[in-house]
Design a binder for this molecule. Sequence first.
Ligand SMILES: *Cc1c(COP(=O)(O)O)cnc(C)c1O
Length: 380
Amino acid sequence: MSQDPRTRAIRAGLNTDRSWNAVIPPISLSTAYRREDPAVQPAYDYARTANPGRSLLADAIAELENAAGAVVTGSGMSAIDLLLHDLPFGARVICSHDAYGGTRRLLDARSSGGRLVPVYVDTSNLDAVSAALNEDAALILAETPSNPRLRITDIRALAKLARNAGTELAIDNTVMSPALQRPLDWGADYSVQSITKLINGHSDMVGGVVCCADPERVERLTWWANCVGTGAGAFDSYLALRGLRTLPLRAKAQCESAQDVATWLARDMRIAHVDYPGLDSHPGHDIAARQQDGFGQLISIQLSDSAASARDVVSRLDLFTLAQSLGGVESLVCIPALMTHASMSPQARQEAGVPDTLIRLSVGLEGAADMIADLDKALG
Ligand SMILES: *Cc1c(COP(=O)(O)O)cnc(C)c1O
């Protein structure tokens, strides 16, 4: 198979139908599969365990991520949770301090009762990670670029630290998708992500995936996904595979528009600060240029003191819809402190650099000039 992600994404699962030679793999909604012989385990048996469409989606994502295999789950959160199942009781988990709000909520909830001990550090600061590794940790869960501040962690350097400490490394790759970043190529053990975002790209299903470098981990996590029943449904898997076909093209176009929008914002006096890894001024620009195939479609901004309040600005936007997701074909805007990161305590948000006034833009596939005109109008 070609190495070109466009070819891989388009051809994934085509011509695999054995019933009617359908070019596009059909949706198999049956929960049960007939056996020829009670003693012989068929490829498909019961839909919690495996579903043909879910398997095709897992194979397609694993191929794009250069992984040994992948486990597709019903949400990004259940994919992250799947990673935690084999950790020993009381294991320390080092997590990016500015990780997705739901990730922190999950780790904090698992910490009550002592199941896990989360340790939040700025994972883009390797000295801070080294210090946290002075005490044994079972897992590092890092987000790069982090959301919403888009801090960049050097995955290769972090993987080296993790390996020396005997700790596994998982990268939350949601903000990039395999079209823009392949963490396993830089030494990570897992790439975990929400399929809901860029991979599906059409904002009409929820799903997640764990990609593993080690085939034994694929087997183990597949076992857990069946045991606890976290596999994605047949219809959602179908939608995600359909969305994935255009992922490389969408991601590239969204990166181009985001670069235009970020460049415009960075020059505007009404904006005090722009976070976008594609700007030379971004502290992680050089690492991002090396380990990513694009700078992504998220931009975070802070307004100048003299400007209107963040809430006024988002309410005046028309093209950017006020909603909390990212990575879709439609442009969205959110205020993370009030929306995606509302479950964090005010103190945790302050440490992570998520002020109440931060605005996050998810750049879609509309024309960049239209997006800029909308922002210009809303900034007043
Ligand atoms: C959305 C998101 C998740 C959670 O994914 P769901 O599909 O909503 O469960 C995890 N990590 C990041 C970075 C996200 O943006």
